[in-house]
Design a protein around this ligand. Structure first.
Ligand code: SF4
Length: 306
């Protein structure tokens, strides 16, 4: 599930964005999924270690965002609840990205009480009954509209459908990397963006908030770490994203920088990146990534039109 906060941007020196893979299980299979799905979840013990780590080091960190991620994180709702109950005095901004399948009143209430930002991903493959759920909770959720190439002509209707059921906060998120974008997809996408622009100016008094997730702000990603279900901590999970910004620079961390399962994570690695190696000579990876990098530059140019 791809998530990003609409409400919270990190910008200070010691701010941190931690993506917590609470499980790699998922109940569905999206064509654009970039996650290695499986059948594992974080253990309660590892989660508790993480809680203790944060408690011990919280004052060294500025703004702190924890993004519950998966797989489908709602599968482990009880663990998420336990973790939030333990840490909600630590001034943490929580986000959860979900496909909405398991969303219900109990979860919505809990997340609402604990100010957790709920981001639901919608695509051309989202089923009708999920739209009913989105309608029911439209005031409590944000939507990521994940654009699938080859299906772009369906998206204006999906966008209007979301608008009509009360979604006023929305991120447009082209699915790239796993799926390739042809010249005709790019044309369709440009048309879609123009239509959205027109729609937005025709509804300018309605507090419509449409944003795009331009891949990405390096500033943000440099502070992003991923904590896998087994407790291993990585300096960003996708090295190619750095290549996008710098064109030639590649940062790849081949090994975890520590583990919360065996308590080997050093807070200085998170806030100062002390001891993290930057590798910029992996030509094979650069070559593999270049093919979709070209697509991505074009996608970004279209996103800038909005
Ligand atoms: S819901 Fe998220 S994790 Fe599950 S298949 Fe779709 S993108 Fe992947």
């Amino acid at each position: 599930m791809i998530t990003f906060s609409l409400e919270f941007k990190i910008h200070m020196k010691n701010d941190l964005f931690l993506e917590l893979i609470i499980t790699n299980k998922c109940n569905i299979r999206c064509p654009f999924c970039s996650v290695e799905l499986g059948n594992k979840s974080m253990s309660s013990e590892t989660l508790n270690n993480f809680h203790l780590f944060l408690r011990e080091n919280r004052e060294k960190i500025g703004n702190l965002i924890i993004d519950f991620f998966g797989g489908e994180p709602m599968i482990e709702f009880e663990k998420i609840k336990y973790f939030i109950n333990q840490t909600n005095d630590l001034n943490i901004k929580y986000i959860i990205g979900t496909n909405a399948f398991y969303l219900d009143d109990e979860k919505i209430d809990f997340f609402h009480k604990n100010k957790v930002e709920i981001v639901v991903s919608v695509s051309s493959q989202t089923e009708d009954w999920i739209f009913k759920k989105i309608k029911k909770y439209s005031r409590q959720i944000f939507v990521n509209l994940v654009i699938i190439p080859r299906e772009i002509e369906k998206y204006l209707d999906i966008f209007k459908r979301l608008y009509n059921i009360g979604i006023k906060n929305l991120f447009i998120l082209p699915a790239f990397g796993i799926l390739s974008w042809s010249e005709s997809d790019l044309k369709d996408f440009e048309k879609f963006i123009f239509n959205i622009k027109e729609f937005r100016s025709a509804h300018k008094n309605e507090n419509l908030r449409i944003e795009t997730l331009r891949y990405y702000h390096q500033e943000t990603l440099e502070k992003e770490f991923m904590i896998d279900w087994d407790g291993n901590v990585y300096f960003d999970k996708d090295p190619c994203l750095f290549l996008l910004e710098n064109k030639v620079k590649l940062i790849k961390i081949k090994k975890p920088i520590g583990s919360i399962a065996n308590k080997t994570l050093d807070i200085n690695k998170l806030i100062n990146k002390n001891g993290i190696k930057i590798i910029n000579n992996d030509k094979k990876i650069i070559a593999e990534k270049l093919c979709f990098l070209r697509e991505l530059i074009k996608i970004n140019k279209i996103l800038d039109l909005l």
